[in-house]
Design a protein around this ligand. Structure first.
Ligand SMILES: [Zn+2]
Length: 199
C-alpha cells in the first residue's frame, strides 16, 4: 500500500511506500495536482474507479498500474520523474462482483437532471421529493428530482397530482457508469474513449 503520511511544505506531498520497504520521496508539484483525478481501468480496460492523481502516481510507482494517458506534464521527486497520469490501467484483473449503482447525492441529482426543474423547466436550485418524505417518500433516485425554489414551495408536502403539477419525466436511477460522470466536475477528454467503449 502506498499511503500519504504527512503533508510537506507548501508545494509538496510526502508519500510513503510501506510495501515491504519504506521509501520516502517528495513530489515537487504545484498544489493543484492534488485536486486532479485519474480514471482507473481494469486490466480489461473496463472503467473501475476514479482516484486522485497522487494515488494514481502511487499505483504506477508501485508497478501496480501503467499510465494509459497523461496530461503532458511531469511530476518530479528527488528520485523519480513520471508523467502526470490521467488514465491508468491496472496490471492485474479486479473482479467486480456486483453492478455498482451510482451513489445518490445532491450534486448527482443536479447532474442527472441537467440543473433543470422537473416541473417547469427553469433553473433548478433545490431537490424535491416527489412523494414527500413527511409522507413516507424515500430518499432514492426514483423519488427525487431537481426543482426550482418556486415549484418546490408551491408543491409543499403534496404529490404532484394533489398540487396540480406535472413532472416532465419520472425520475430514474442513472445509467450504470454515471457514477464516473458525477465524481468529477468535468469529464477529461482523455477519459471519454474508455467510457464510450464501456457503455
Ligand atoms: Zn420549477
Amino acid at each position: 500500500m502506498c499511503s500519504i503520511i504527512s503533508r510537506g511544505a507548501k508545494n509538496g506531498i510526502r508519500l510513503a511506500d510501506v510495501h515491504r520497504t519504506t521509501v520516502f520521496f517528495f513530489l515537487s508539484v504545484a498544489g493543484e495536482i492534488v485536486m486532479r483525478s485519474a480514471l482507473v481501468l481494469n486490466a480489461t480496460y473496463e472503467p473501475l474507479s476514479v482516484v486522485s492523481a497522487r494515488r494514481a502516481i502511487c499505483l504506477v510507482l508501485l508497478d501496480k498500474a501503467e499510465i494509459v494517458a497523461d496530461d503532458g506534464t511531469r511530476v518530479h521527486s528527488e528520485r523519480f520523474s513520471v508523467q502526470s497520469p490521467v488514465v491508468i490501467r491496472l496490471r492485474y484483473m479486479v473482479k467486480v462482483p456486483y453492478q455498482r449503482s451510482t451513489t445518490m447525492s445532491r450534486r448527482a441529482v443536479f447532474a442527472r437532471d441537467n440543473h433543470i426543474c422537473g416541473y417547469c423547466g427553469g433553473a433548478a436550485d433545490s431537490i424535491d421529493h416527489v412523494m414527500p418524505r413527511s409522507r413516507g417518500g424515500k430518499n432514492e433516485w426514483d423519488n427525487v428530482i431537481a426543482a426550482c425554489r418556486g415549484c418546490n414551495l408551491r408543491k409543499r408536502d403534496r404529490t404532484p397530482e394533489e398540487a396540480g403539477m406535472k413532472l416532465a419525466h419520472p425520475p430514474q436511477a442513472p445509467r450504470e457508469l454515471s457514477w464516473i460522470m458525477y465524481s468529477v466536475p468535468r469529464i477529461p477528454e482523455e477519459w471519454k474513449p474508455y467510457l464510450a467503449r464501456a457503455s
